[in-house]
Every structure is written in structure tokens, then in C-alpha cells.
Design a protein around this ligand. Structure first.
Ligand SMILES: NC(=O)c1ccc[n+]([C@@H]2O[C@H](COP(=O)([O-])OP(=O)(O)OC[C@H]3O[C@@H](n4cnc5c(N)ncnc54)[C@H](O)[C@@H]3O)[C@@H](O)[C@H]2O)c1
Ligand SMILES: O=C(O)C(=O)C[C@@H](O)[C@H](O)[C@H](O)COP(=O)(O)O
Ligand SMILES: [Zn+2]
Length: 363
């Protein structure tokens, strides 16, 4: 088992990464000094079927354990499920010393984390990630649900007490979800670490390479980069916005398509291509857009926006992005690999760049 520590301004906690950790979650809780009166495991239908048998028996020996199961996709980050979890906790007499555990990917992590952050003004929360993407979502304390008008619009900053990452669970992760998670791995490399980007490029040339033996290293390196940024800027007053590279357009695609239609990482991959092209246009960064485009294409990411996406509608979604300020759209661009910068564009400029990228960015 490898352990990383996140040392944010308001909280510090361990991230355990290793094989078979779900079986020892009960012992890890004890090591953390947690003695929850009750535990609510929030999970989705697919993950419950695959992994509740690994987690539940040992917890049930010592604790009063309940399970709340949601649909297995982005639509689960809803007001209805948020309300449902809180109601369930009240009905089952959860108190301030109770604990919530998110078993699954970023969807249940964000949903359960937000519920935990507001139930009785905050109860303990543990992340048990089971997707590659969750190397990003389980660390750093952003928790949220979606609004029909925009992604993650209702949320808070609330750190888990620990992240327990059982990498054996990734063996059952479908290729589409591996690819989606790999987008966030690439993002971490692009914004911080040129050497990591080279390593990824050399070792991952197609979808089949997004698996063992590289997965654990990708997770470790990605979390290391993310934790380093969160430690310096927990509440996104500055550099944390770099972690949003590719997300300004990415989130607009997800909400415009309808939640659950486009995997988060696929949308972010399109957004990263646009932001890379834009960096060359605006900052003359000289990034190798062609190489990135061909790599993304081989990996199976959507490299061009499907025609049904209306540019004006995407732009109007981008104006309600959380980074937007003073009516302008704030983009994360790259001066170079590992050198992100924030750049504001007017709505008209954004529209005209997006129109041009849709024509000129497809190779
Ligand atoms: N809070 C953050 O900092 C942060 C960071 C990145 C992404 N996110 C959010 O994370 C969400 C996406 O997370 P995700 O990609 O993990 O999606 P997800 O949680 O929907 O999981 C993807 C799919 O994989 C299935 N699955 C999960 N684990 C599995 C396993 N081990 N084996 C087989 N199937 C498995 C799930 O049932 C689901 O169908 C988005 O809502 C995004 O906004 C949040
Ligand atoms: O942790 C962060 O900060 C991120 O931006 C990580 C992103 O990958 C993630 O998708 C996050 O949920 C986006 O946050 P938002 O503030 O743009 O909703
Ligand atoms: Zn993301």
C-alpha cells in the first residue's frame, strides 16, 4: 500500500492506494480513530452489485451499516438523491457522530460528499473510489450536485477524513470509463508535469494500454499533482482554477448533451483540445496540437464536436461557468506544458474562436 497525505488549510487526511483495501476498510477506520455511531454507504447499482460484498461484512461486525443505492450515471447527482439521502439519514436516526462512505466513482463521491457536508452541518465522510477518474474527484474536497442549467452548481468544499483507493476494483472498469478517467490523468500532466506527459505518451498509445501495470502509477502521480495544488489554494481563489483545464467547454458539452450522455472525461478531452488550440492562437504557445489531436483520436476521445451542438448554446452555457467573471468567459490556457494561465475572453471573442476551432481544429 502507498500513502499520500493531503495537507489543505482546513483539513489533512491520508490517501491510501493499494490492492484489496476494501477488505480492510474497517481496520483503517479504527486507525483513523473514527468510531461512527452509524455508517451510510452511498453507492450506485453497478458498484453495489460488484463490491458491497467486499466492504460490508467486516463493517457489519462492528458498526450499524446502511446502504443507499443510486443510478449508475451522472443523472444521480440530483436534488432528488440529495434530498433522498438526507431524508433516509433522518428517518434512520443518523446523528453527528455518524459517517457517510462513498463507494464508487466521482458521481457518488460528489453526491455523498455534498450530503455529508450539509447533514447536521457536516458529518464524517470517507471516499472509497472505484474508477480511474476518481483519482481526481476523491481528492481535494470539491463536492456537488448538478443543476439542469449547469454542472456542479450546488456544492461545497468539504474534505473526506480519508480516501481508501482499492485499485483491484479497477479490473472491472469498462474501457469507456478507463478512457474517461485517463483524460484527467492527461490533464494533470498537461498543467504541471512535462515529464509525466512524455511518459504517458510513450506508454499509452491506445485504449488497451490504460490498465495495469501503469494504472497505479498514473493514480499516484495524478493525486500528487492535484494535492500539491489544493494545498496551496483550497478554495479556488487562484491557482486551483488550473485544475479546470478543459472544463469550461467540457462542462458546457455535458450539460448541453444532457447529463449522463457524454462521460465527464470525454467532454474534458474535447475541452482540452479546444484550450490547447486556443493557447496557440492567443498566446502563440507553440504546443504540438496535431500530436495531441492524433493521440486523442487513437485513444477514442471525441476530437470534434458533433454537429448537433449549437455553438451559441455552448457559449451561453460557458457564460454561467463558475470561473466566469464580469460577463467574460475565463479560460485556462497553456503558455507551455506545465505552465497554465487564466485568460478572459468576451462572449463575442469566445463565440468566434469556438466557430473557428470547429472548422480549423479538425485534422
Ligand atoms: N469533485 C471533483 O473534484 C471532481 C473531479 C473530477 C470529476 N468529478 C465528477 O466526477 C463525475 C464522474 O466520475 P466517474 O467518471 O467516476 O463516473 P461514475 O461515478 O458515474 O462512474 C462511471 C461508471 O462506472 C461504473 N463503475 C464505477 N466503478 C466501477 C468498477 N470498479 N467496475 C465497473 N463499473 C464501475 C459506474 O457504475 C458508472 O456507470 C462527474 O460528475 C464529474 O463532474 C468531480
Ligand atoms: O478539483 C478541482 O478544482 C477541479 O477543477 C477538478 C475537476 O476535474 C472537476 O471536474 C471539478 O469537479 C470541477 O469543478 P468545478 O468547480 O468546475 O465544478
Ligand atoms: Zn474534471
Amino acid at each position: 500500500m502507498k500513502t499520500l497525505h493531503v495537507q489543505a488549510s482546513s483539513a489533512s487526511y491520508p490517501v491510501y492506494i493499494g490492492e484489496g483495501l476494501l477488505n480492510s476498510a474497517g481496520n483503517l477506520l479504527k486507525e483513523l480513530g473514527l468510531k461512527p455511531s452509524k455508517i451510510l454507504i452511498v453507492t450506485d447499482k453497478i458498484v453495489e452489485r460488484l463490491y458491497s460484498k467486499e466492504l460490508l461484512p467486516q463493517l457489519q461486525k462492528e458498526y450499524d451499516v446502511f446502504t443507499y443505492i443510486v443510478d449508475s450515471n451522472e443523472t444521480a447527482k440530483s436534488f432528488e438523491n440529495y434530498h433522498g439521502i438526507l431524508t433516509y439519514c433522518l428517518q434512520h436516526n443518523f446523528d453527528r457522530s455518524s459517517c457517510m462512505m462513498a463507494l464508487g466513482g466521482g458521481v457518488v463521491g460528489d453526491l455523498a460528499g455534498f450530503a455529508a457536508s450539509t447533514y447536521m452541518r457536516g458529518i464524517s465522510f470517507i471516499q472509497l473510489p472505484t474508477t480511474l477518474l476518481a483519482h481526481d474527484s476523491a481528492v481535494g474536497g470539491k463536492v456537488a450536485i448538478n443543476h439542469p442549467l449547469g454542472k456542479n452548481m450546488i456544492g461545497s468544499f468539504y474534505h473526506p477524513k480519508a480516501v481508501i483507493y482499492d485499485v483491484l476494483t479497477l479490473e472491472t472498469l469498462p474501457p469507456k470509463e478507463r478512457r474517461s478517467g485517463f483524460a484527467e490523468v492527461i490533464k494533470h500532466a498537461l498543467i504541471k508535469d512535462g515529464e509525466m506527459l512524455k511518459w504517458l505518451h510513450q506508454n499509452v498509445s491506445g485504449p488497451a494500454d490504460i490498465g495495469p501495470p501503469l494504472l497505479e502509477d498514473m493514480i499516484f502521480k495524478g493525486i500528487h499533482i492535484k494535492a500539491g495544488i489544493v494545498e496551496k489554494d483550497e478554495k479556488e481563489t487562484g491557482i486551483r482554477a488550473y485544475l479546470n483545464f478543459g472544463h469550461t467547454l467540457g462542462h458546457a458539452i455535458e450539460s448541453e448533451a444532457g447529463y449522463g450522455k457524454v462521460p465527464h472525461g470525454d467532454a474534458v478531452a474535447s475541452g482540452m483540445l479546444f484550450a490547447t488550440w486556443l493557447s496557440n492562437e492567443i498566446l502563440q504557445s507553440g504546443l504540438d496540437y496535431g500530436k495531441m489531436y492524433q493521440w486523442f483520436k487513437k485513444l477514442g476521445f471525441p476530437v470534434a464536436l458533433e454537429e448537433h451542438y449549437h455553438t451559441d448554446l455552448l457559449i451561453s452555457r460557458m457564460t454561467i461557468d463558475k470561473k466566469a467573471s464580469g460577463g467574460n468567459i475565463r479560460m485556462v490556457l497553456l503558455q507551455d506544458i506545465g505552465q497554465p494561465v487564466l485568460h478572459d475572453l468576451t462572449v463575442d471573442e469566445s463565440r468566434s474562436f469556438l466557430q473557428r476551432w470547429r472548422k480549423e481544429g479538425e485534422l
